[in-house]
Design a protein around this ligand. Structure first.
Ligand code: ASP
Ligand code: MG
Length: 423
């Protein structure tokens, strides 16, 4: 039996009862002969509460102090979990990200892990302890300041430790039974996926599926760490995310892995752009200089009479204001007529490597949307994904319709959501 890394999300350790329940699970893994490293998130909505508090004190909380504050959430849960395990008669020690050797760059609030040196974790394990590590945090290499990895970053901590410790598997415990063919909160007939490739999982995460963060899957693929996403509320097998199906679990890759949706984006239309070389470059340079990541882009054919065209793109709603300001400032230089901002949009994506070799997927996707009376505003594709932008109000209906059209509906049990937050 080897080493396992288990990660428990905030909804799994939301209160004392939850912590005790999780402690039992961890002890069971240890009793089964594993060396166990646990990564834990802050209890319930602690992180959100700390953010609220910071905003009450200052409208723009500073990066360094903000990280100091937020990492307190994970310190609370790690210490309580270690106590609960000791209470069950087993040895446990908790470690901050810094103590666990999680070294990051110095970009506060969204630091990247650049190295993991888990010497103290190894020692703790060799001495027979269960090691508990605070997720979502590290220490910067140059300034030795405490950093955080961005919201939901505990998953990445878990995968990074699993890679550094050469773990057999990284188990991510959450409040649903695994990765589903659609968000089970929206599509009641969503089916649990037994196995999904890193490739498809990355695309689902990039398309708005919240069960695993993109960065965490990227890391797991780079170091080839199998992830097992499962519920801490049930004993069921969850979803394996890996290069190849695991051992005896001979599951065939589905043509379509799932339907993801995202209502966190907005659309900006730059109206009346002169149709000449360099215009798109100038627009997207202005947006990039404001450090904004964009998603889809469409440019219309210019009207022959005016020589003007429109360019639309989508971006996170949270960056909307910043993008508009940046473009307004560059308006004179770029020479467009006006800007339109729309945050009542939603994105629906169909994902599956099988679409590379199965003709007609795109046509069926559009047919399903048309049958549901959903109007399409933008379209973008990759080799294994088709995405459309629609009205936000249409998203739930569209996801459900597409899910049914591709035969993904389950005919047995409805998907169970045990917690509330999906983390
Ligand atoms: N507690 C942090 C958050 O809520 C990190 C995590 O849960 O992964 O974003
Ligand atoms: Mg959390």
């Amino acid at each position: 039996m080897g080493l396992v890394v288990q990660k428990y999300g905030g909804s799994s350790v939301a209160d004392a009862e939850g912590i005790k329940r999780v402690a039992k699970r961890i002890v069971d893994a240890k009793k089964n002969g594993h060396q166990v490293v646990v990564v834990v998130s802050a209890m319930g909505d602690t992180t959100d509460e700390l953010i609220d508090l910071a905003e009450q004190v200052s409208p723009i909380p500073a990066g360094r102090e903000f990280d100091m504050l937020l990492t307190a959430g994970e310190r609370i849960s790690m210490a309580l979990l270690a106590m609960a395990i000791k209470n069950l008669g087993h040895e446990a020690q908790s470690f901050t990200g810094s103590q666990a050797g999680v070294i990051t760059d110095s970009v506060h609030n969204k630091a990247r892990i650049i190295d993991v040196t888990p010497g103290r974790i190894r020692t703790a394990l060799d001495e027979g302890n269960i090691a508990i590590v605070a997720g979502f945090q590290g220490v910067s290499q140059d300034k030795k300041d405490i950093t955080t990895l961005g919201r939901g970053g505990s998953d990445t901590t878990a995968v990074a430790l699993a890679a550094a410790l050469d773990a057999e598997v990284c188990e991510i415990y959450t409040d649903v039974d695994g990765v589903f063919t659609a968000d089970p909160r929206v599509v009641k007939k969503a089916k649990k996926i037994d196995w999904i490739s890193f490739e498809d999982m990355l695309e689902l995460a990039a398309s708005g599926s919240k069960v695993l963060l993109h960065r965490c899957v990227e890391y797991a693929r780079r170091y080839n760490i199998p992830i097992h996403v499962r519920s801490s509320f049930s004993g069921l097998q969850g979803t394996w995310v890996s290069n190849e199906p695991q051992g005896e679990r001979k599951v065939e890759q589905a043509i379509i892995s799932g339907v993801a949706h995202d209502t966190s984006e907005a659309k900006i239309t730059v109206v009346g752009v002169p149709d000449k070389p360099g215009e798109a470059a100038a627009i997207f340079r202005a947006v990039a200089d404001a450090e904004i990541n964009i998603d889809m882009i469409v440019q219309n054919v210019s009207a022959a009479s005016t020589g003007l065209t429109d360019i639309s793109f989508t971006l996170p709603k949270a960056e909307g204001r910043k993008a508009i300001d940046a473009l307004e400032r560059a308006k004179g230089a770029i020479g467009f007529e006006s800007l339109r901002y729309d945050d009542q949009i939603g994105k629906i994506s169909l994902v599956g490597a099988g679409m590379k070799t199965n003709p007609g997927v795109t046509a069926s996707f559009f047919q399903a949307l048309s049958d549901a009376g959903v109007n399409i505003e933008l379209i973008s594709t990759s080799e294994i994904r088709i995405s459309v932008v629609t009205r936000a109000d249409d998203v739930n209906e569209a996801v459900t319709a597409v899910h049914t059209a591709f035969g993904l509906d389950s005919d047995s049990d409805e998907a169970v959501v045990y917690g509330g937050t999906g983390r």
